[in-house]
Ligand binder design. Structure first.
Ligand SMILES: CC(=O)SCCNC(=O)CCNC(=O)[C@H](O)C(C)(C)COP(=O)(O)OP(=O)(O)OC[C@H]1O[C@@H](n2cnc3c(N)ncnc32)[C@H](O)[C@@H]1OP(=O)(O)O
Length: 168
């Protein structure tokens, strides 16, 4: 499967909404209940979802929109000197398990190191999300540790696993 990342187009927003509408679309580890979509549309109108401190690109697989990757700024100290990117991903249900998630995250890390001065790209995922953990390892991320009871979802707390890639 040919995987690439490209800027989000207006028509992609409906696909994102469709995928965020229920747990089948988001996957069990990303379902946090119903959430508004107007913020995403407002941001799209403002900057095409390519801001200086966050961004989103559409994943294309064999020319079809197949999901999206996101990134946003986090800091482990003063913002000016200790910021890094945290990334997220959703591969649409029909495209999962075919390598798109691995390749999209590999390409996103290369993109962020090429176009920003980040030293670190990090990512956290549910302790039970083995598909994402495997995809991250295949994409070159290193497992750093467990964040205990860090995320509230589905009526209880969930451990998260932290991964990172540092500038080669
Ligand atoms: C940082 C975050 O954003 S965390 C949230 C991640 N997003 C989600 O969970 C949303 C729903 N899911 C998805 O979007 C996708 O399934 C992703 C992003 C998690 C993974 O992308 P995919 O394209 O499905 O993964 P890809 O096919 O590249 O690789 C998955 C790997 O996990 C393995 N895998 C899948 N399910 C399991 C499982 N239950 N246990 C162990 N390994 C598994 C696959 O076999 C494959 O490894 P392999 O190539 O060695 O056989």
């Amino acid at each position: 499967m040919e995987v690439s990342l490209r800027p989000v187009r207006m028509m992609d927003l409906d696909l994102f909404d469709r995928e965020r509408a229920n747990p089948e679309g988001t996957g069990e580890f990303q379902w946090f209940g119903h959430r508004p979509s107007h913020g995403l549309r407002r941001e799209f109108a403002e900057n095409g979802l390519l801001g200086h401190d966050s961004g989103r690109l559409t994943i294309e697989a064999d020319g079809q929109p197949a999901g999206y990757v996101t990134w946003w700024m986090n800091s482990w100290g003063p913002d000016a000197t200790s910021w890094c990117w945290t990334i997220g991903i959703c591969v649409f249900a029909d495209f999962r398990g075919k390598g798109a998630g691995t390749e999209a995250q590999r390409q996103l890390v290369a993109y962020l190191f090429a176009h920003t001065r980040a030293e670190r790209v990090q990512c956290f995922t549910d302790a039970g999300n083995f598909a994402e953990q495997r995809a991250l390892e295949k994409a070159g991320f290193t497992r750093e540790g467990t964040l205990r009871r860090a995320q509230w979802r589905g009526g209880r707390w969930h451990d998260q696993v932290l991964f990172s890639a540092v500038r080669p």
